[in-house]
Design a protein around this ligand. Structure first.
Ligand code: NAD
Length: 479
């Protein structure tokens, strides 16, 4: 039976004011699984007002940072306690294999644990100034923060964007993605149960151009955190500019994995494969280009081919190597990218599980190349399980190719040469560099964000606490 989910505004669960709803489908079989409200600007307005009233009433800001942190940690603990139910829901809603969904729920809990612990450890400073003056820099919350998140990691994004904002004393309005948002709804219910005061967390479901635009343009939000496509990122930034508020944008990438001739290939190849098939390639930090140094090109290709041929895409509950894409639209997008690739460039493909529903949005993992650096598939984010292969001669060319797209989110460098590791890390234009590893350990503690068209601002780690707070300068005459 389909479950009907509701918005959560000012501590009350309620349908959209227009009574409209959106049907959610399981990507593995295209079967309807739930309905969510199709909210409009009025619902967003009610949520922002609730968050504003809550912030202005100081219920949340006057709670000690220690108590706020305890509540966040408690939410993390309760998410962990329900890891099996939440994993099953995340897996069904997004199509990702159950074991990946389980890791995502554990990461979501970890965000609340990490920021819960950090809440009372971030303070202000004093400054040396004129004689007889004392200067204090107070670190304060921004007020009401808006959050628009995508469908690829709904549970993790819930923790990643909300936990640091809440830890710093902001009240929040979340607009999750219409394609997958069930775990954020359930985790909001858990937040209510563990005792978050009404108005601190508000969640409004709906379509991007309706609820999303209404949130980004609302005059009473103080900050917007957006994760999604570059096009919508530019749009929401133009909306926040009208109200002169700041935003962080996390807009994806075309992240290179750079393999030099001295790399440990046995270590590199499985990690490089996993970095593109995880979540069926629908990951902003997916390692979607592999740059291989001349001399080991054929060896690396052979090893990658062997790996790709064994990969199986299947239903989320079968826990195969990868699941389906999120929607028919996303599958069509990936197919359109691949439609004009001559067959000789398809180096290897995995398979689709024979048990998988023909209605599911499956796409087999695909290895393509060698492509020219300016080829569309070497440049654009496909957001599917497609790994593009390029060749380079030397370090300078590796840097040029790695930096030669409009994106700059993450890079992987595979070499045993310690000096080269550092030279590469310094010259790569991106927000994170992994050396002889990639995306190790989930990275809740590691500042994360982009350069160029990958966006701006930093999430994760203690850096996120600075994004969600501001400095007030207090100058006191004490002479
Ligand atoms: P999107 O940018 O349209 O959606 C992301 C979020 O923005 C969703 O919550 C959506 O409802 C909201 N949104 C959409 N239109 C809006 C608008 N006009 N105003 C305000 N909010 C709006 O992304 P998509 O269409 O779901 O995916 C398209 C492409 O974006 C993907 O193929 C991929 O390349 C990229 N993408 C990147 C990420 C990432 O993690 N960086 C996540 C999802 C998608």
């Amino acid at each position: 039976m389909q479950q009907s989910y509701l918005n959560y505004i000012n501590g009350v669960w309620r349908p959209a004011l227009n009574s409209q709803s959106i049907t959610c489908y399981c990507p593995s079989n295209a079967q309807p699984i739930a309905t969510i409200p199709a909210s409009s600007a009025e619902d967003i307005d009610a949520a922002v007002k609730a968050a504003r009233n809550c912030f202005d009433s100081h219920v949340w800001t006057r709670m000690t940072a220690t108590d706020r942190g305890r509540l966040l940690s408690l939410l993390g603990k309760e998410i962990n306690n329900r890891v099996e139910t939440l994993s099953a829901l995340e897996s069904m809603d997004t199509g990702k294999p159950l074991s990946q969904a389980r890791n995502d729920i554990i990461s979501a809990a970890r965000y609340f644990e990490f920021y819960g612990g950090a809440a009372d450890k971030i303070g202000g400073e004093t400054l040396p100034y004129l004689n007889d003056y004392q200067v204090m820099l107070l670190r304060e919350p921004l007020g009401v923060t808006g959050h628009i998140i995508p469908w690829n990691y709904p549970a993790q994004m819930f923790g990643r964007t909300l936990a640091p904002a809440l830890a710093m004393g902001n009240t929040v309005v979340l607009k999750p993605a219409e394609d997958a948002c069930l775990t954020p709804l359930v985790m909001t219910k858990i937040a209510e149960e563990v005792g978050f005061p009404a108005g601190v967390i508000n969640l409004v479901c709906g379509l991007g151009p309706d609820a999303g635009s209404a949130l980004a343009s609302h005059p009473e939000i103080d900050f917007l955190s957006f994760t999604g496509s570059p096009e919508v990122g530019a749009h929401v930034q133009s909306l926040t500019a009208q109200n002169h508020i700041a935003c962080t944008l996390e807009l994806g990438g075309k992240s290179p994995q750079i393999i030099f001739t001295d790399a440990d290939l046995d270590a590199a190849i499985p990690i490089i494969t996993r970095a593109i098939i995880q979540n069926s390639g629908q990951t902003c930090s997916a390692g979607s280009r592999v740059l291989i140094q001349k001399g080991i090109f054929d060896t690396v290709i052979d090893k990658l081919k062997d790996n790709f041929k064994t990969l199986i895409a299947g239903s989320h509950d079968q826990d195969c190597d990868l699941g389906p894409l999120i929607s028919a639209k996303q599958k069509e997008r990936v197919e359109a990218y691949l439609a004009h690739v001559p067959p000789e460039f398809i180096l290897a493909q995995g398979t689709i599980d024979s048990q998988a529903s023909p209605s599911g949005f499956f796409y087999p993992p695909t290895l393509i190349g060698p492509l020219e650096p300016n080829h569309q598939l070497s440049q654009e984010e496909i957001f599917g399980p497609v790994l593009v292969v390029l060749e380079f001669n030397d370090e300078d060319e590796a840097i040029r190719l790695a930096n030669g797209t409009r994106y700059g989110l993450v890079s992987g460098v595979w070499t045993r040469d310690g000096s080269r590791q550092i030279r590469m890390a310094i010259q790569l234009r991106c927000g994170q560099v992994f050396i002889n590893c990639y995306g190790a350990g989930g990275g809740v503690e590691l500042p994360f964000g982009g350069t160029k068209k990958s966006g701006h601002g930093r999430e994760k780690g203690l850096a996120a606490l600075l994004e969600f707070s501001q400095i007030k300068t207090v100058v006191q005459y004490i002479g």
